[in-house]
Design a protein around this ligand. Structure first.
Ligand SMILES: [Zn+2]
Length: 413
């Protein structure tokens, strides 16, 4: 309209006409002034960020101002995220919304709404929760949960070794919002943490002592009672690197990754006599006065170990079937019959000349202490009781308290 007027009239004419119009028309002047004022006010308001929002009220108290109810719902969902449906339903408060004008800057951020919801709900609290395979086992307001979990993880790690530790289940420690009622005390939390299953894989290097071996060299020129160590044995040392898998501290698997000899063992060398034992004149006289017979019938035994025998063996071993009769080597009095430690079931007979004979490792005993026996009486049967590796009679002859070589007393070397 103005443009049309402007093009049809000369500029001076237009100004004059306009001036006249303004002067003659006061009402139009006022109206346009007010319109301009309103327009500038609206422009000012828009520029300063005023906007329409909603107050969020919990029982008449404004806890936040949001731009839409959806903003509140988003924050509420964050708060209730860790709770199961039923608990969430119980804990949730339905707010009242009120329309309001506000400045954009004053709208609550999502975190501010979340904080306001938690601060204004007596049932909720920010806490640390421990979950196993997605299920919350407990929540706690203690700051120690993470360090307790770390301590549990490392409980079975080997000092000075390379350790890999992990929980056998999917364990998570997360901060979140929970029901105050579900908070447990620290002792309960610790108890639950300490029952989590931990796998520890440790690579451990250790040194192991290897016992030396013994090699006997027979010397038929020396009697059976002779034995001499010619090379001293020395233990070896091996360095072993092992992978050890433990579950809750108990080893379930161990694999040797590397074994390295640090020091070779030195084999002990012993010269052992295999010849006939020397018999002195005194011994010969003793043998004659004793007049012993062999305690097992000939043909029913074989000598499995002689006296001495390079290992300080103080008797002679007559291997025989279990149950083979054992006879008294000479007449005398039974001074022991019963269990006697390494000897197993054994009998000791004291003879009239003061000599004693012992019969050890018996299967059964046929005499009791105090009994008098004649030469050849059955006193026991062959067995393998006590420190024994097979059925045999360990026979001893004791002269003046000394266990002498019984061989020559019973017609053996
Ligand atoms: Zn023996």
């Amino acid at each position: 309209m103005v443009t049309v007027i402007f093009t049809n009239l000369k500029f001076e004419e237009f100004l004059n006409n306009a001036n006249k119009f303004m002067k003659n028309n006061r009402i139009f002047r006022y109206v346009s002034c007010i319109a301009l004022a309103v327009l500038s006010a609206v422009l000012t308001v828009i520029a300063s960020g005023v906007t329409v929002g909603y107050t969020v009220k919990y029982s008449d108290e404004v806890i936040a101002v949001v731009s839409s109810q959806a903003d509140y719902d988003e924050a509420d969902a964050i708060v209730l995220n860790n709770l199961d449906k039923e608990k969430a339903k119980k804990a949730s408060i339905s707010p009242k919304f009120g329309l309001t004008l506000t400045i954009k800057d004053r709208l609550s951020s999502t975190q501010e709404i979340v904080d306001a919801i938690v601060d204004n709900n007596d049932d909720l609290v920010e806490a640390t929760a421990l979950s196993v395979n997605g299920e919350v086992l407990f929540c706690s307001n203690s700051k120690e949960i993470s360090s307790l979990v770390d301590a549990r993880l490392n409980a079975y790690a080997v000092d000075g070794a390379k350790n890999e530790v992990k929980f056998m289940d999917d364990v998570k420690v997360e901060k979140g919002y929970f029901l105050k009622a579900d908070i447990v005390d620290l002792e309960t939390a610790k108890f639950i943490i300490d029952s989590l299953n931990v796998q520890t894989v440790s690579v451990v290097t250790s040194t192991v002592e290897v016992p030396f071996e013994t090699k006997n060299i027979a010397d038929p020129k020396k009697p059976r009672s002779y034995s001499l160590v010619t090379v001293k044995g020395e233990n070896g040392v091996t360095e072993k690197t092992e992978k050890i898998v433990k579950v809750n501290g108990e080893t379930v698997e161990s694999t040797v990754l590397e074994s390295k000899v640090i020091k070779e063992q030195v084999t002990r060398v012993v010269t052992v006599g295999t010849g006939t034992n020397y018999i002195s004149a005194t011994t010969k006289a003793n043998i004659q006065s004793a007049g012993f017979i062999c305690p097992i019938s000939s043909g029913r035994y074989r000598v499995s170990a002689y006296y001495g025998d390079g290992r300080n063996h103080k008797g002679i071993d007559l291997a025989a079937d279990r149950g083979t009769p054992i006879f008294a080597a000479g007449a005398g009095k039974v001074i022991y019959s019963g269990w006697d430690g390494d000897y197993g079931y054994s009998v000791v007979i004291e003879h009239s000349n003061g000599m004693k004979t012992r019969y050890a490792h018996a299967n059964a005993l046929c005499v009791t202490k105090g009994a008098t026996v004649a030469q050849g009486d059955m006193i026991a049967t062959v067995g393998s009781t006590g420190w024994s590796t097979g059925n045999h009679l360990h026979f001893e002859v004791i002269v003046g308290g000394v266990k002498v070589n019984p061989g020559p007393y019973i017609g053996l070397r």
